[in-house]
Design a protein around this ligand. Structure first.
Ligand SMILES: Nc1ncnc2c1ncn2[C@@H]1O[C@H](COP(=O)(O)OP(=O)(O)OP(=O)(O)O)[C@@H](O)[C@H]1O
Ligand SMILES: [Mg+2]
Length: 248
């Protein structure tokens, strides 16, 4: 039997209420992500990218539709079941980092590994590897408030990878980074991808998207393009069967 998709959504919808006015943010997304796939999500500001990945991580409840993770129905789970799933399987990099303010960088990065059951020694080794890979070794004892925005962002990525999540969800993980730090992040994402971890990542950065197996474009809360870079592109809304075209 083949493995179930890591992520599958069925007609996923999110409508926010803004002072009684409905704001449709995600409008019927069907997305299937296979194990080990690296999917980049792009699209203009306000197209629903953050809303989509937040729903996939259980951080924002859906309005309607279904979310399946590793073949299990997830959108009907309780808060505590989501929390457990995130602890064990999902790493999340938010657009605004969300580091624990009164903990050092080292502790911020080790915490998810410890919560997932790693030994103190394994958590420390993992932290040293991740901070080293991201050029942050010298910042281990700093507190998040002492860091520049780009440093906080890299610490957030290290934290998200600390429990070796089978699914990494990341929202603009290179948004504030200069080219050298972006290169470090890309190298680490490449390592994660080679290790077989699944990545779903929101990005505006063409260099990041070019590393992905597949680029999904959102517009006004809908998928308008979905294809592997440089190979075949499949339009899910083709009329007569699947429309497959070649992209140069
Ligand atoms: N908490 C909220 N309450 C009301 N409306 C919201 C909320 N969060 C997002 N929205 C709206 O939902 C839509 C999608 O927002 P979202 O943040 O998902 O877009 P995005 O693609 O991530 O944009 P960006 O590239 O700027 O990060 C927008 O119209 C936004 O204004
Ligand atoms: Mg966003």
């Amino acid at each position: 039997m083949s493995e179930p998709p890591v992520v599958r959504t069925v007609n996923l919808v999110k409508i926010y209420q803004n002072g009684g006015v409905p704001v449709p943010a995600v409008r019927g997304v069907d997305l299937v992500v296979e194990p080990g796939q690296f999917v980049a999500i792009t699209g203009p500001s306000g197209s629903g990218k953050s809303t989509l990945v937040h729903m996939l991580g259980g951080l924002d409840p859906r309005t309607s539709g279904e979310i399946w993770l590793d073949g299990k129905r997830a959108d009907t789970m309780s808060e505590s079941a989501w929390a457990l799933l995130r602890r064990r399987k999902i790493g999340f990099v938010f657009q605004f980092f969300n580091l624990v303010a009164n903990m050092t960088v080292a502790d911020n990065v080790e915490l998810p590994a410890l919560l997932a059951g790693a030994s103190a020694r394994d958590a420390r080794e993992r932290r040293e590897h991740l901070l080293g890979a991201l050029g942050l070794t010298g910042r281990a004892d700093a507190s998040p408030a002492q860091l520049a925005g780009g440093e906080q962002q890299r610490v957030a990525l290290a934290r998200a990878l600390s429990n070796k999540p089978s699914l990494l969800l990341a929202d603009e993980p290179t948004g504030n980074l200069d080219s050298r730090n972006t290169r470090d992040v890309l190298r680490l994402l490449g390592e994660v991808h080679r290790d077989g971890q699944t990545i779903v990542l929101v990005t505006h950065d063409a260099r990041v998207a070019s590393m992905a197996d597949r680029v999904v474009t959102l517009l006004d809360g809908e998928i308008v393009d979905d294809g592997a870079l440089g190979t075949a592109r499949r339009r899910p809304r083709g009329t007569a069967g699947d429309v497959v075209e070649l992209r140069g």
